[in-house]
Write a protein that binds this ligand. Structure first.
Ligand code: MV4
Length: 445
């Protein structure tokens, strides 16, 4: 087992990893930017190294600074968390070249899923259902027009280097396709330095349901059931839950099998997630694979009673998994508490938390790095806590969540708590009647 892990991240996930390391008897190294010198991850780690100025490029994305911190502290592994360098294959390669274990998949596995056209081809070969479309990249506007005729409108154009909605355009008729192709290409070039665009049939009003998987270094793969992440706004998830209210035993079996096939196709090592679009007929299609631990991993932890970070570390250290799948025995819902104003188009609201009262009691988990007097810096993402409610049924989990949200007091900054309170009382949400379009029509009272 590792003796010392450096956590190349900040905020709640840095704290999350430190907590599991402490339980496992592993020493921890925090890295921090000058903006985070008073952060809890710095205080809770055994050692801490300042890696640069506030901007991410100068600190949490600065590979030489992070490698120097790992070398001077003698860390034998690096946990990248999510975001920042978590899916950076160059970073994973540099770790390997320095004899430091990157707690995650190999650079080759990251690359094979990072390029969406390659990932899709791999999934087709593996027998995983993908959205109907044309294979490969679109060569020209004419190629796009010809392809759309074959696929049938509406179609969606996506960036092969994309994910998270950048460089994506929905096209309903041929008159729109030239502009959509050109703007998607320009956006992809600007965002990813890769202007490759591909085409799929546009699936209308889908659900976003993802399967958590784990694979070890010996080819054993299992799934740990699903999370429903359909409650999103501009590709930012706000609420996740497990099990999905749309799930059936049969669909879980089929999606679980497909997710395992997907992971096995690249010999996947570590924990990871296969994202699917699910249409109203319960057809499901591979969308992308996330080769990292995700923000919403906690809902899975709660419904199967399993520490995913511990498993991720054990797999990285070369331990075997049993290969048996895990099924939800509880219902868990997570609300992302962001420093954003839900009454003002979710505008970021950084600043000092003057008053803080955190909810607790039966069925409540709070993963957060903030405290009274903490100043939320403007440089990073706006998530300040994850509130997770667990109960035996979905209805009870929603009621527990509503109760916990009502207890939460955060003063000094605006938060998404009022949004979540209203959502928990929404009739369609309570019925499980929602798709990825739900928040387009949701209005704050
Ligand atoms: C789609 C789609 C409909 N049809 N692909 C959004 C982010 C990127 N990962 C893929 N996305 C979508 N791909 C086809 N063929 C609809 C979306 C989509 C979406 C997906 C999941 C969650 C929220 C979403 C919001 C808008 C669009």
């Amino acid at each position: 087992m590792f003796k010392k892990i450096l956590i190349a991240n900040r905020g709640e996930i840095a704290l999350r990893v430190i907590r599991t390391c402490r339980e496992m008897g592993i020493k921890t190294v925090a890295v921090y930017s000058t903006a985070d010198k008073d952060s809890l991850h710095v205080k809770f780690a055994d050692e801490a190294v300042c890696i640069g100025k506030p901007s991410s490029a100068d600190s949490y994305l600065n590979i030489p600074h992070i490698m120097a911190a790992a070398e001077i502290t003698n860390a034998d592994a690096i946990h990248p968390g999510y975001g920042f360098l978590a899916e950076n294959s160059k970073f994973a390669k540099i770790c390997a070249d320095h004899g430091i274990k990157f707690i995650g998949p190999t650079p080759e596995m990251i690359n094979s899923m990072g390029d969406k056209v390659t990932a899709k081809e791999t999934m087709i070969k593996a027998g995983v259902p993908v959205v109907p479309g044309v294979e490969g990249l679109l060569e020209s506007v004419d190629h796009a027009k010809k392809s759309a005729k074959e696929v049938g409108y509406p179609v969606i154009l996506k960036a092969t280097a994309g994910g998270g909605g950048k460089g994506m355009r929905v096209v309903f008729q041929e008159s729109e396709i030239e502009k959509a192709f050109e703007t998607a290409k320009a956006e992809a070039a600007a965002s990813f330095k890769n202007d490759g665009i591909y085409m799929e049939k546009f699936v209308e009003e889908p659900r976003h349901i993802e399967i958590q998987i784990a694979g070890d270094q010996y080819g054993n793969v299992c799934h740990l059931s699903e999370r429903d992440c359909s409650i999103q706004r501009r590709h930012q998830k706000l609420v996740e839950e497990s099990p999905s209210p749309f799930m059936t035993d049969d669909l879980r079996q089929r999606m679980g099998d497909a997710a395992i096939k997907a992971a096995q196709a690249i010999n996947y090592e570590s924990v990871g997630t296969i994202e699917f679009l699910v249409d109203k007929h319960r057809n499901f299609y591979f969308m992308e694979m996330n080769t990292r631990i995700q923000v919403e991993h906690c809902v899975t932890e709660e419904v199967i009673n399993y520490d995913l970070i511990k498993e991720q570390i054990k797999i990285a250290a070369g331990e075997k998994i049993t290969g048996k799948n895990y099924y939800p025995v509880m219902h868990a819902i997570e609300c992302r508490i962001n420093a954003e104003d839900p009454y003002n188009d979710f505008r970021p609201s950084p600043g000092k938390i003057t008053v803080l009262h955190t909810p607790g009691g039966h069925g409540v988990r709070v993963d957060s790095h903030v405290y009274a007097g903490y100043v939320i810096p403007p440089y990073y993402d706006s998530m300040i806590a994850k509130l997770i409610a667990v109960a035996q049924t979905r209805e009870e989990a929603i009621d527990t969540m509503h109760r916990a949200l009502s207890e939460y007091v955060i003063e000094g900054v605006k938060t998404t708590i009022p949004f979540h309170l209203q959502l928990m009382q929404n009739e369609d949400f309570r019925k499980g009647n929602f798709t990825t379009k739900f928040l387009e029509t949701f209005k704050m009272k």
